[in-house]
Design a protein. Structure first.
Length: 128
């Protein structure tokens, strides 16, 4: 597995994108509305991304922001075999949020591991 992106919950993705572009020279690589939120991917020099998550109307990110405030929401790791990665996590005793891959942003397949099993970190596996 390799680092893919860090997901950041924010109430204003455009402002945060401008900040990170100026600060990190991280231009917008992709934007979409997905699953009740605006999603903006900023490309880093090493090929990784910052994924900015802005709630559209309610939904999980709005709930997260109300509960936790803005900041890091999840860390994503890329895999070439998402079902095998989930099997490995399950076999290791990790609680899964997603028992099977599901559609994610940018047309990728994704699955999340529950933070109670991963040291308080919401981990996303992503297959491009």
């Amino acid at each position: 597995m390799r680092f893919d992106h860090v997901g950041v919950a924010t109430r204003d993705a455009a402002d945060l994108a401008d900040l990170f572009d100026g600060l990190l020279d991280a231009p917008v690589a992709h934007e979409e509305t997905f699953d009740g939120m605006g999603v903006v991917f900023l490309e880093l020099d090493d090929g990784g991304y910052f994924e900015l998550l802005e709630p559209d109307d309610g939904g999980a990110i709005a709930d997260y922001l109300d509960r936790e405030g803005p900041g890091i929401h999840h860390v994503a790791l890329a895999t070439d075999d998402l079902p095998a990665a989930l099997d490995r996590a399950r076999d290791s005793g990790v609680d899964l949020v997603d028992e099977a891959p599901r559609p994610g942003a940018w047309g990728h397949e994704v699955a999340f591991l529950h933070p109670r099993s991963t040291g308080g970190v919401l981990v996303e596996f992503v297959e491009h």
